[in-house]
Design a protein around this ligand. Structure first.
Ligand code: HSE
Length: 459
């Protein structure tokens, strides 16, 4: 960063940092390294007045930060700051510290997706009551400017859909499974060895992290309160090498997607379904030509469709110290500018108050791969199961299963019976109808096995 102009003087704005892990130490270092430019951009100096940490003696000398700034008394620290930056994560003590900071007149910058997804309205209400700002660009997709575009740049448009890869760990795992043929456990071990996945990868691989981010994205996109509990969540632990191969056979890749979309009222199998918003996280097949399919390794990318703007794509690093700190610093500058020049950032916008639909009401498409007996009438029985649930088939592909593979099925299976693999891709239908169809197919005597079931997006 170069010095842009001679730095203005004036009383410094006091910044308190809560947490000094990977992100916190990067924020502290960049605040110090870029002090002159930040002062010029804000109009007043930013002074780091303290760093709240859990354990005494944690001085992180590598951050290049004055060790006397560290304190274990965060409760006191937040009362003597104009801007409090919370990068502790988790619900408590982060929530209490943020609320206390706001009560004492501080604006808050946080990267805490779990807290925002669980209790965002409480934070917004406190910010409004105390006349301070709440910014949280780093909470979703790290360095990628995404929340400000949704909160501000697209505030005059009508967003229809947000679909993205918002968890780098799972994207890395699925990418390795696709490119090397590795199984899930092997790919997770690789991700752990490279530091992408935590020792306990549950939050990532079970989709909790992505679900919190989806709740935040949907709340902003649709001006509707959506909490993490409203998000249908499926992780990637059940994705098998067979699923990846099935996707390859379709010229698709498997990605863990966060999908937030407006659903218009439609007729479902149980009568008319009201419109609303569908918010979900699950693995899905995407055609390789889709822009999100090309997002490799631990990168994140988010596609936004708005009525007037059309399609927009945001891409970049979704995690890591410096990339996440970049988003935090952008927020610090924004709230600091308000302190200097007056005004506030946007508050909560939940006026639309759209119903959040059950997963069963979401309109999805399925790819289903079946192992069936190859004899007359089988296709008709399979087609009837779809028709019974009012699910329309888009394509069917049948392939003979060679006898040697048939023999490998084990002693319980008669090697002489002709078998085929039947791959069905459906048109969009209510997810409940598709799921019931899969159950009905699995119960058919002519179906020897359901090899792979996966939703399909982006076609
Ligand atoms: N664990 C997250 C990921 C980064 O893998 O993308 C923080 O949200």
């Amino acid at each position: 960063m170069t010095k842009e102009q001679s730095a203005p003087g004036g009383e410094p704005l006091r910044v308190a940092l809560l947490g000094c892990g990977v992100v916190g130490s990067a924020v502290a270092r960049l605040l110090t390294e870029h002090a002159a430019d930040l002062t010029a951009r804000v109009g007043r100096p930013l002074q780091l007045v303290g760093i709240g940490v859990r354990r005494a003696g944690r001085t992180r000398p590598e951050a290049g930060v004055d060790p006397t700034l560290f304190t274990t008394d965060s409760t006191e620290l937040v009362t003597r700051a104009d801007i409090v930056v919370e990068v502790i994560g988790g619900i408590e003590p982060a929530r209490s510290l943020i609320l206390r900071a706001m009560e004492h007149g501080a604006s808050v910058v946080t990267a805490n997706k779990a807290l925002l997804a669980e209790d965002g309205p409480t934070l917004y209400a406190a910010a409004r009551d105390h006349g301070v700002d709440l910014y949280y660009e780093a909470a979703v997709a790290g360095a990628i400017p995404l929340l400000r575009p949704l909160r501000e740049s697209l505030a005059g448009d009508s967003v229809r859909k947000v679909i993205g890869i918002v968890n780098g760990t799972t994207n890395y795992v699925l990418d390795k499974m696709d490119s090397t043929g590795a199984g899930f456990a092997e790919a997770v071990s690789q991700a752990q060895a490279l530091g992408y996945a935590e020792a306990d990868p549950t939050a990532d691989v079970e989709g909790f992290d992505a679900a919190a981010k989806a709740a935040i994205l949907a709340s902003l996109a649709f001006h509707t309160r959506v909490s993490g509990r409203d998000v249908h969540r499926e992780g990637i632990t059940e994705v098998t090498a067979a699923d990846i191969q099935a996707a390859k056979d379709m010229d698709c890749v498997v990605k863990l997607l966060a999908i937030c979309e407006r659903v218009d009222a439609h007729d479902g199998p149980d009568g008319p379904t009201p419109g609303g918003v569908s918010v979900r996280v699950h693995p899905a097949m995407l055609p390789r030509r889709h822009p999100l399919a090309g997002v490799r390794e631990a990168f994140n990318a988010v596609f936004v469709e708005a009525d007037a703007a059309g399609q927009l794509m945001f891409y970049g690093r979704g995690a890591g110290g410096d990339p996440t700190a970049s988003a935090v610093l952008g927020d610090i500058v924004a709230v600091a500018r308000h302190r200097v020049g007056g005004g506030h950032g946007p508050g909560e916008s939940s006026y639309a108050d759209l119903p959040v639909l059950d997963m069963g009401q979401a309109l999805t498409r399925y790819h289903i791969s079946l192992d069936v007996a190859d004899r007359p009438g089988v296709l008709a029985q399979v087609a009837t199961a779809f028709a019974d649930h009012e699910v329309s088939i888009e394509t069917v592909r049948q392939q003979q299963i060679p006898a040697d593979l048939d023999d490998a099925a084990g002693p319980g299976h008669a090697p002489s019976a002709a078998r085929a693999s039947l791959v069905v891709v459906t048109h969009a239908a209510p997810d409940a109808a598709l799921s019931a169809t899969v159950d009905a197919l699995a119960a058919l005597p002519i179906v020897r096995g359901v090899n792979s079931v996966m939703r399909v997006e982006g076609v």
